[in-house]
Design a protein around this ligand. Structure first.
Ligand code: GTP
Ligand code: MN
Ligand code: MN
Length: 622
């Protein structure tokens, strides 16, 4: 893959857009072009004109269609291949030099071996296609240490999506070149070259898929999938997996967290970061409309938080993204009106949702009443009473993992502090999971170490789990299980180390929530959504020391009258069952946590063992 300056294959290709001058970038691009052999190169500038021309191109290719301009201005709709609809965790690898550094929770292959395998796949993979070059920045361009990347992809859908989700284009390249900044090379191909005259398909992809991270080299290689989580490499791949390794080395945190500002009736502001596993309510909580009179929420982020200690010793959070890539089903005026308002402003990409006859989008949960006729996510005519033509009557019109991709600037409650490169000082960190029993509505940790224990034992069960069944759980430490770029034990130790070095009075308070407790008939006992503001209010009052809490073996719980339930529609029995903790459930939980910690191996942090022993002895015998 050696090249001679001035004689590169790259320079001989038809090119649109401005050529970069960044030396390391040019060197890398020469290598990519020689390996992947695209027919043309487009250097992305991130402009409106570029958006328009790429949309035209994708419309002509049959990949997307324009939506009704009156309903969703400047927006497009894409249907993927039915086999390319989600993140592929089985094909996701952390290729650290030493296998032990990937830990027990990640797939691993030796970097040299993986590069051999993927170099064969990449060989000629862009023949017949245009290669898009996207300089991007995760976080603010004027951050103290801006984090640059350059994604190369043979998908115009990826280029459009990256423009929504990241700061991408000419301005980023200018800063990279002026400052000589380094960048994370992110190589993406859908893995479907076109030989002479071969017609393209609407959604090119390959049944062989690899999503690969080289944490020491800070490099990402993705092959075979066009789905966002696998192809928008700035998001999960960079801002979580690679960034978590950067954060470990540089003393900060890259987390799967929403960020919100909670404002009390007197104007006191609290900043809260919260980590819940995928599909457990981050996007919903981030845009919450409080039901408690006088309280307000502003959104700062709905998926990723980067947190660093400031000079004042407090922990500051920023959202490195510029868009929402949200789960569509379940998003509606009743559950998340602010997300709906953001979407309705247009400038969005919808993937695998359903289409209405007048060219608008629809998905399950958007409205109570289902439209009579739709085109479903597979392109079939779909009827409310009979389902898709040729399908089963219970098939949904939108794919369960269908997504909207929308600029964050369109969120009606976006916080003005979103534009602050230093971020906001975090008062409280909330961990959560989906547990039908055992975990109470809200628990405060005794201190940072106990809070890290709560995060490390975070767990979630799928709603499909048998009612009342106990023990079919997936542990999801800090909701980061699929996103930790190194050994899970070292990751938890990093959290412990940061807390141990900090001033305890300035550390955020840590809480654990569970919106998903059910009664014996399987019904959610807590109404959730906007009513979660009652829990946020308690969190705020605990931060300020305004309310008491009950000390229990599992942490601090609200007193009998601690939660503001004024006007809440819930029975006294349900409320009691949601808030209380049951010692026997926790005696059963202790060995489950023990088995989870066993998987960490010898790197298991001592502090976690101590916390578990302390919990076990405090629970005592029945
Ligand atoms: P990713 O974007 O995949 O990381 O997930 P997320 O955490 O942003 O999930 P999202 O907010 O899209 O969660 C959606 C699911 O959680 C839907 O099924 C919602 O109905 C459900 N949900 C959110 N908040 C609540 C709540 O307070 N109570 C109940 N019962 N369900 C909720
Ligand atoms: Mn997520
Ligand atoms: Mn989300």
């Amino acid at each position: 893959m050696s090249t001679t300056v001035g004689l590169s294959l790259r320079n001989s290709l038809p090119t649109t857009g401005d050529q970069p001058t960044h030396p390391r970038l040019l060197e890398w691009l020469d290598e990519v072009v020689e390996l992947c052999r695209p027919d043309a190169i487009h250097y992305c500038d991130g402009s409106d004109e570029e958006w328009d021309s790429l949309v035209d191109l994708l419309v002509a290719a049959g990949t997307v269609q324009r939506l009704n301009e009156d309903r969703k201005p400047n927006s497009i709709y894409a249907r993927t291949d039915p086999d390319d609809v989600a993140r592929v965790e089985d094909s996701t690898f952390i290729c650290s030099v030493d296998e032990r550094d990937a830990g027990p929770t990640n797939n691993w292959m030796a970097p040299a071996e993986m590069k051999r395998v993927m170099t064969q796949l990449y060989d000629g993979c862009m023949v017949g296609r245009t290669m898009y070059v996207m300089p991007f920045c995760m976080g603010h361009l004027d951050a103290k240490d801006p984090k640059f990347g350059v994604e190369v992809s043979d998908s115009a859908y990826v280029a459009l999506s990256m423009r929504i989700m990241t700061r991408m284009g000419a301005e980023v390249l200018r800063v990279m070149e002026e400052t000589g900044a380094d960048f994370v090379p992110c190589l993406h191909s859908v893995g479907m070259p076109l030989s002479d005259g071969q017609p393209d398909v609407a959604w090119p992809c390959n049944s062989t898929k690899y999503i690969v991270h080289f944490p020491e080299e800070r490099m990402i290689w993705s092959y075979g999938s066009g789905y966002g989580g696998n192809s928008l490499l700035g998001k999960k791949c960079y801002a979580l997996r690679i960034a978590s390794a950067m954060a470990r080395d540089e003393g900060w945190l890259a987390e799967h967290m929403l960020i919100l500002k909670l404002i009390s009736p007197t104007g006191r502001e609290y900043h809260i970061a919260a980590a819940f596993p995928s599909a457990c309510g981050k996007t919903n909580l981030a845009m919450l409309q409080p039901t408690v009179p006088g309280w307000r929420v502003e959104t700062l982020g709905d998926d990723i938080a980067w947190m660093r200690f400031g000079e004042d010793g407090r922990l500051y959070a920023t959202n490195p993204e510029t868009g929402f890539f949200g789960v569509a089903p379940g998003t509606g005026a009743a559950t998340n009106p602010n997300a709906m308002a953001a979407i309705d402003r247009g400038n969005s990409i919808f993937t695998n949702v359903a289409l209405t006859p007048d060219g608008d989008v629809w998905w399950e949960g958007m409205t109570k009443e289902k439209p009579a006729v739709l085109t479903d996510w597979k392109g079939r005519t779909w009827r409310a009473e009979s389902g898709p033509e040729g399908g089963r009557p219970d098939e949904t019109a939108a794919h369960p993992n269908s997504r909207f991709c929308t600029p964050i600037g369109q969120c009606p409650i976006l916080s003005p502090d979103y534009d602050n490169p230093d971020g906001v000082p975090i008062d409280a960190i909330i961990f959560g999971g989906r547990r039908e029993n055992t975990v109470p509505l809200v628990t405060q940790s005794r201190d940072w170490r106990h809070g890290v224990f709560m995060g490390a034992t975070c767990s979630s069960e799928s709603t499909a789990a048998a009612k009342g069944a106990v023990g079919v759980l997936r542990r999801d430490p800090m909701a980061m299980l699929p996103f930790i770029g190194y050994h899970v034990a070292d990751y938890v130790q990093h959290w412990l180390n940061l807390g141990a070095k900090a001033d305890p009075d300035k550390l955020p308070k840590i809480f654990y929530v569970n919106w998903f407790r059910r009664d014996c008939s399987g019904r959610f006992m807590w109404p959730g959504f906007g009513e979660n503001s009652r829990v946020l209010k308690w969190v705020a009052e605990r931060v300020d020391g305004l309310v008491d809490a009950v000390e229990t073996p599992i942490g601090l719980l609200p007193t009998a009258d601690g939660l503001d339930v004024d006007g809440l529609d819930i029975s006294a029995d349900d409320l009691h069952d949601v808030v209380r903790y049951q010692p026997q459930e926790w005696r059963d939980e202790v060995p489950r946590i023990g088995r989870w910690f066993d998987t960490f191996g010898w790197r298991l942090p001592r502090d976690l063992v101590d916390e578990l022993r302390q919990l076990e002895s405090a629970l005592g015998q029945p």
